[in-house]
Design a protein around this ligand. Structure first.
Ligand code: PMP
Length: 435
């Protein structure tokens, strides 16, 4: 039995499924998850002493690579001055200012600890601001695990949702309408039927939790238009894309493409904490000021704005200048082009989809024409991805252990790391072809 097998067995005895977040369990690719003991730059090292080029990057936060010396120094310095005060610190304001500098429509910012909290609070705020209850979300978009966001679409369009998890009361799921992404007609139908009761539409700024599915050209502009027309708010969830898909998140990517859309509220996470628990909700000042203590919408947190976590986020964002995004963009171009060429060579139908520096690859003839929504994403060839994933892992490259995830590169993916990925791609493509 390998050391990873042994650790997994021990973990399963005391931790449900052996993991503290489900996708880590390798459920959709099979096999034993690797237990990591350290990470540096583009590499992670497992308990057997084996290193892997990492394309998970802690699911996004490790923008400048793992254990960047300046981030670690900032964390050590902050920790030395106290782990938590439960009171205001100067650095919290600096982090809020840094977020607003990058995304000026984030006029005011409240720091929380997880993306789940950020979206949960944004929705409460939208309900408090509009006096309405219903929320519209898109199928395949993930916004964390609060009750109302774990909802699945019922059969027809514009039906009230069913619980997407055991333990979610049906009346709570029924406050959420789930519609297909990139489908203007479905949204028009939802607003035609329920418009007066819809508090907000929440959308990932670019879909990245069903593989990468960017908004169609004009779709985000349409979201702004239809929500404004019906007196509902638009919440853009940038927990994953924020300060990763580009310096100003996907908001900036869209703006450069000529779509200057101002959502009422935005949520951030992952990169804003640089690997420690920081997330944020942000938006128009008059809406944000409805939060306690100024307004009637309650939100609080013992560890919100934690000084050590804020130090990691601030150090990461301060490092993340244009050259960092250029390096990540170059790495994404290199890996996605080489992966696609290797899959072509092996005769595996596929499509690469991009959102700024984020990308993922969908395998299978059914999806090779492009994936605009979740229903299409579910038709990908998950068995081919599982074979590909394991061939890459055997060659020392750690991909996301699910076909429904983005591939994360970092500014630390240098020529040596990229070369190891490129060397592994042809064999993995052949494994996918043979699956
Ligand atoms: N929103 C989006 C778009 C996410 O990708 C995630 C996490 N992957 C969340 C919210 C939830 O964040 P957290 O896991 O920090 O609660």
């Amino acid at each position: 039995m390998s050391r990873n097998d042994d650790l997994f067995e021990r973990a399963r005895a005391v931790i449900p499924g052996g993991v503290n977040s489900p996708v880590r369990a390798f459920g959709s690719v099979g096999g034993t998850p690797r237990f990591y003991v350290s990470a540096a730059g583009p590499y992670v090292t497992d308990a057997e002493g084996r290193d892997y080029v990492d394309l998970v990057a802690s699911w996004g936060p490790a923008l400048v690579g793992h254990a960047h010396p300046e981030v670690i120094a900032a964390v050590v310095d902050a920790a030395g001055r106290g782990l938590s005060f439960g009171a205001s610190t100067p650095a919290e304001t600096e982090l809020a200012e840094e977020i607003r500098r990058r995304v000026p429509i984030a006029q005011k910012i409240r720091l929380v600890s997880t993306g789940t909290e950020a979206t949960m609070t944004a929705i409460r705020l939208a309900r408090g601001a509009t006096g309405r209850d219903l929320l519209v979300k898109f199928s395949g978009h993930y916004h964390g695990h609060s009750d109302g966001l774990l909802a699945q679409a019922g059969s027809g369009l514009a039906t009230l949702a069913l619980p997407g998890s055991a333990g979610v009361p049906a009346p709570i799921a029924a406050q959420t309408l789930v519609v297909p992404y990139n489908d203007e007609a479905a949204l028009e139908a939802a607003f035609a039927e329920h418009g007066e009761n819809i508090a907000a539409v929440i959308t990932e700024a670019a879909g990245a939790n069903m593989g990468v599915v960017p908004p169609a050209s004009g779709f985000t502009t349409f979201l702004r238009e239809i929500t404004s027309r019906h007196g509902a708010l638009l919440i853009s969830d940038e927990v994953l894309t924020g300060f990763r898909s580009g310096a100003s998140g996907y908001w900036g990517v869209l703006r450069e493409a000529g779509e200057d859309v101002a959502p009422d509220l935005l949520t951030f996470g992952k990169v804003v904490g640089g690997g420690l628990p920081v997330a944020a909700l942000a938006g128009r000042a008059e809406i944000m000021d409805l939060l306690a203590p100024l307004g009637p919408v309650y939100q609080a947190g013992t560890l919100s704005g934690n000084p050590v976590a804020v130090a990691a986020g601030l150090a990461t964002l301060r490092l993340a200048d244009e050259s960092v995004y250029a390096r990540i963009g170059h790495a994404a171009d290199t890996v996605s082009a080489a992966a696609s060429a290797a899959l072509d060579e092996a005769g595996v139908p596929h499509v690469v989809q991009r959102a700024g520096t984020l990308f993922s690859i969908f395998f299978g003839a059914e999806v090779a024409g492009g994936v605009p929504d979740y229903e299409t994403a579910t038709r990908q060839d998950a068995a081919a991805y599982a074979a590909y994933f394991h061939a890459m892992l055997d060659a020392g490259v750690s991909l996301p252990p699910s076909a429904f995830e983005a591939w994360f590169l970092t500014a630390a993916h240098d020529d040596a790391a990229l070369a190891r990925i490129l060397d592994a791609l042809p064999g993995a493509a052949r494994a996918a072809a043979a699956s």
